[in-house]
Design a protein around this ligand. Structure first.
Ligand code: SF4
Ligand code: SF4
Length: 438
């Protein structure tokens, strides 16, 4: 099945003419030669095979029988954060689907049993237990046990708070972010609840690492719960979970029938409606890291009906022209408008932003299988943040936070602390409103 999927993308692979532009952010938007790299893998390994283009060529070679699906090939294919920069950079010059090929190639290699061992082990655990918590005695509702929150569906509420990463391995920073999000929703008078110990794993790791069947099962389970728990709105705390549900679920499991929003989108709405106020100044110069799956990877997939045509024996095109996801319609404004709403914050942009943001290194199973690649991407991004003159880097995804924290706060002169955007919102709230059992 995965071979058929890979073969169905042959036209996309053949559209690669090896210009190498997918290794960089598009030249017209380069604002600093020091920060023009786009692909964390090509930047670290310096071989074309690691780039988005390299994967197109390897996938074509594989389906043509010129190379075989073995562990050596997998070592290159999986050394990739699935950040999707190559996809949007290539789309700057042509209509082609690089990310789809990258993921289909992973899925085929997983089916052939040649994925890197660290990824296999984690996926086996996910297959067996349907979650990635490190110890059996940790429950997905532990982070909120003392908060007295409503637990759905026994209790009823209009909004579900879904901090998915807690079900998939629970970093302390993610738990703290979820607790602060709960305090913010409380302060704004939102009628919300959680799923407690019944919270499902969204399947993020399975998607990232090409475990197609496992991801489909976890996504269908999660979607069933979100659709039937009786809420109108689901608020997710992790940028990666938002991208997964909004952009990837439709192909694998179906469309959510409830409004699924990232916490920054929901907080922006609360601020706009005057339900949340931020009266306290937070004195920092900050810069913001766009998480890949909250940004370019969160666009709903394009729905298109038409046919593929071939001109001059080799030029393929679509009729009518097929719209493509360029990454420009991800979640970019909500976090920025929150930062602009906080008194005392001086906000400075980095050089690579929005759909051309450089990845933190935390996606695609890379921290498990290729920790040096994860570190190199994080260090490069942290250096860019420090070079803006900011004293604080803010992000909006648990996986970015986790990877930045794991890899340190930069090296040498380029050190900068990293915070979750909800930390700043919490600090800016009225102290009485913020008072909570935290
Ligand atoms: S994937 Fe696109 S940008 Fe990269 S080398 Fe091929 S054609 Fe050029
Ligand atoms: S998805 Fe990201 S890391 Fe992977 S090849 Fe493309 S740009 Fe490089």
């Amino acid at each position: 099945m995965t071979l058929a999927r890979l073969k169905s993308l042959e036209d996309e692979m053949k559209k690669c003419f090896r210009c190498s532009l997918c290794k960089m952010i598009p030249l017209p938007v380069v604002a600093s030669p020091a920060y023009s790299d786009g692909c964390p893998a090509a930047r670290r390994y310096h071989f074309h095979g690691y780039s988005g283009s390299g994967k197109q060529i390897m996938a074509l070679s594989l389906i043509d029988g010129r190379i075989s699906a073995d562990a050596d090939l997998a070592e290159i294919v999986f050394a990739c954060t699935t950040c999707g920069l190559c996809d949007v950079a290539c789309k700057f010059i042509m209509e082609a689907e690089r990310h789809q090929v990258n993921m289909a190639l992973r899925e085929y290699l997983v089916e052939q049993g040649v994925a890197p061992r660290a990824i296999k082990e984690r996926a086996d655990r996910l297959q067996q237990y349907s979650h990635l918590r490190k110890r059996a005695d940790i429950r997905s509702g532990d982070w909120a046990r003392d908060l007295g929150l409503k637990v759905l569906p026994v209790d009823k509420a209009g909004v579900l708070l879904y901090p998915d990463f807690l079900a998939s391995g629970a970093g302390a920073a993610a738990a703290a972010g979820a607790r602060k999000t709960a305090a913010i929703l409380r302060a704004a008078g939102v009628d919300f609840g959680i799923l407690g110990d019944q919270e499902p794993d969204s399947g993020l790791f399975a998607y990232w690492t090409g475990h197609r069947e496992l991801f489909t099962r976890l996504a269908e389970n999660t979607l069933g719960k979100l659709n039937h728990v009786g809420v109108e709105t689901v608020v997710v705390t992790s940028g990666a979970t938002l991208g997964l549900i909004r952009s990837k679920y439709p192909e694998y499991a179906g469309q959510a029938r409830v409004d699924v929003l990232h916490v920054t989108e929901y907080i922006e709405r609360l601020l706009r409606e005057g339900r949340l106020t931020l009266p306290r100044a937070v004195n920092h110069t900050v810069t913001y890291h766009d998480p890949c799956y909250l940004g370019r990877q969160s666009e709903p997939p394009v729905v298109w009906q038409g046919e593929k045509k071939v001109d001059r024996g080799c030029m393929t095109y679509t009729s009518p022209p097929r719209p493509v996801n360029t990454g420009a319609n991800g979640v970019y404004e909500a976090p920025r408008s929150i930062l602009r709403a906080i008194d005392g914050l001086n906000f400075k942009e980095m050089w690579r932003i929005r759909e051309y943001a450089f990845c933190c290194g935390g996606g695609g199973g890379v921290p498990d299988a290729f920790p040096r690649l994860a570190e190199s991407a994080a260090a490069h991004r942290l250096a860019e943040a420090a070079d803006t003159g900011a004293d604080l880097l803010v992000t909006a995804c648990d996986h970015c936070l986790e990877n930045f924290n794991r890899c340190g706060e930069g090296s040498g002169e380029k050190r900068i602390p990293v915070k979750n955007i909800v930390d700043l919102v919490y600090e800016a709230m009225n102290p009485d409103a913020a008072r909570s059992r935290l």
